[in-house]
Design a protein around this ligand. Sequence first.
Ligand code: DAH
Length: 344
Amino acid sequence: MQSKIDQYTEEIKAFTAAKADELEVFRIKFLGTKGLIKDLFEEFKTVGPEEKRTFGKVLNQFKQFAEGRYNEIKESLGSGPQVKESDIDLTLPGDGFEVGSRHPLSLVRNEIIDIFKRLGFVVAEGPEIEDDWHNFSALNFPQEHPARDMQDTFFIRKGDGTDDIALRTHTSSVQVRMMENGKPPFRAIMPGRVYRNEAISARAHCFFHQVEGLYVDENVSFSDLKQTLYHFVQELYGEGTKVRFRPSYFPFTEPSAEMDISCTICKGSGCNMCKYSGWVEILGCGMVDPNVLENCGIDSKKYTGFAFGMGIERITNLKYVIRDLRLFSENDVRFLKQFTTDII
Ligand code: DAH
């Protein structure tokens, strides 16, 4: 052991380094986790108690010596780059960097928000994990009513065995929160993610995105609803896009309707996007049911309102002719890059 220490000491004394990488080789050889000094300490474990006393000291001194030498050389090399000015070619192009692009759903969501903001709507948000009251009961879905089956729900079972917590199935729950926590008038849109217990396919997904709209004030009428949505469609899909309303049913609106627009692909002449009907459905809407207003503590004799809800994926599909919902969540950059060159 002593002879090894002597030999290494000589070697270390003689060592010099002109560059940082030479010093690094030295560090790895002597001071590294698999270096020679580590080996000596391993060997030290095996010697007898008598030798331990003498060698313990010698070994520690040797280690300090090697570390001292390393630090000394390191300092003399300095920490700046070891490059001569003449080695730098300033005419070389810089490193390029990848610029991201916005997700098509974000683009369309922002566009929808912008249109409604110009009409005086504010943006509101609510939680994705909801209770039965906000997602169903307050919206006039009675317990055990078949209307609840319109939306296949992911319920969350709590520790006590009850399951009145669920992933929200629609952004209509945010309407309730807004009305419960404020005073009319309300004029808001509520974008967000929603969840349904659906098998994933080109046409359905277990999560997707919606934008809810709510307008409550004195004297709000169905013609306000029609005019607002008509304006929205002209802004989003271009002047001349036609709209039509078909009667429908939602527990939280009365009367309820679904709104179609003239097919954005074939302009109404018939194609496979509109199943040769010339029309495509884009949203559900209606006058807020007085029961819902009352459930949220709003006087339904004094106030009326309209509401609407649309799927952002559906609006995006029609805008960009996308036929498979799964593309939105697969993170394939070849798909994602096609929609914008905007810098994030
Ligand atoms: N919440 C409905 C759904 O997810 C959409 C909807 C329909 C929202 C009519 C509304 C409305 O506000 O008035 O299918």
